[in-house]
Write a protein that binds this ligand. Structure first.
Ligand code: SF4
Length: 351
């Protein structure tokens, strides 16, 4: 608005119309005078959001979308809708009782096209980093999915997890600007958002300084019990070793009843032994903060050599952590029949 000679506050009106009223046509933005709307259209401006290009529906209700960013480079990203929450984000005592209806759902959001982090268990890693998503593309994925399911913000319970394609803390400014849009304009609560990082220490340090009104909850994608295994599974560990990551987390000033989440993908025969669980307990205690551990049995992906852990190994691991006094939750793998692990859809559909 400022660029076309309008007062800057018109920008706020526009943001309100796009993200709060969720209008997708300039003609419908009646808060702007008709001549101004005409001028915008004639100058080629459009409002809208990324389009859901393909939908894959799983037997368990999970929907996975390939979202077309509708930009010149024709890039697509993946966004996932998981109705009735995701098991790990619910029922852990950190949130009030909630009923199990369709409107309790989790949306998994991407922050980059591809990823530079190169985790060995991840298909997105094979794409390499194509580019960062813009602020509008990150927030737009959420709004596109809210529209598809007719979600009424304020009435329906929706959680966001920034755990899709990409490492949010390597696209920090756009990621946080999208969070501010989603909080201030769309009306979602940052207490219902969780961002997951593979362990970008400078990103964690910046994040710890964000004001509580716009700071999502933090999850660390841990996935291994010590530096030698973690450096194999997640080469980013060579740059920021496991203890440096855990120590950076200490600076986060948690809100009442908030906890730091550690995500741990159990790779059969690699990271799933009870002694690994005891190492994990030692590590997460090092934060000195309230924590919980989410265990996820690895989702098999085409061309990745890891094995799904045995059910016994998963249970023994869970028990070993619980015996150490750590809050531990087993997350149900969602959407296995539609390749609903990070990056699997884009790779499978687009080759
Ligand atoms: S798991 Fe996440 S951080 Fe690691 S390569 Fe995949 S998208 Fe990147």
């Amino acid at each position: 608005m400022a660029k076309i000679g309008e007062p800057a506050w018109r920008g706020r009106q526009l943001a309100e119309a796009i993200y709060c009223q969720r209008l997708t046509d300039i003609a419908a933005i009646t808060v702007l005078a008709k001549p101004l709307r005409r001028r915008l259209v004639e100058a080629g401006w459009k409002v809208g959001r990324p389009a859901i290009a393909q939908v894959f529906r799983s037997a368990d209700g999970t929907e996975r979308y390939l979202i077309d960013c509708q930009t010149v480079d024709a890039q697509t990203v993946e966004t996932v809708w998981m109705p009735e929450g995701d098991g790990g984000e619910a029922g852990d005592g950190s949130e009030e009782e909630e009923e199990k209806t369709w409107d309790r759902a989790t949306i998994c959001v991407s922050s980059q096209v591809g990823c530079a982090v190169a985790c060995r268990f991840c298909l997105t890693a094979r794409l390499g980093l194509q580019r960062n998503l813009t602020t509008g593309e990150i927030a737009g994925q959420v709004v596109a999915v809210l529209d598809r399911h007719g979600v009424e913000v304020g009435r329906d319970r929706v959680n966001l997890v920034f755990m899709g394609m990409g490492e949010p803390f390597l696209n920090y400014d756009n990621f946080m600007a999208a969070v501010r849009l989603l909080v201030n304009e769309v009306g979602l609560s940052p207490r219902r958002m969780t961002v997951s990082t593979a362990g970008v220490v400078p990103g964690i340090e910046r994040f710890a300084q964000e004001p509580a009104e716009v700071r999502p909850k933090l999850a660390i994608s841990l996935n291994a019990p010590n530096d030698s295994i973690r450096s194999e599974v997640m080469p980013i560990n060579r740059k920021w070793p496991i203890e440096a990551v855990v120590d950076a987390v200490r600076a986060v000033r948690l809100r009442p009843r908030e906890r730091i989440t550690f995500e741990y993908v159990l790779l059969g025969g690699v990271t799933d032994r009870p002694e690994h669980a005891r190492e994990v307990a030692r590590l997460v205690r090092r934060t000195g903060l309230p924590v919980k551990v989410n265990l996820i049995a690895w989702n098999p992906g085409p061309g990745i050599e890891y094995a799904t852990p045995e059910a016994d190994a998963v249970e023994n691991f869970r028990r070993a952590l619980a015996e150490e006094g750590i809050a531990v939750y087993l997350r149900k793998p969602r959407g296995r029949d539609i390749y609903a692990a990070c990056g699997q859809l884009k790779r499978t559909v687009e080759g």
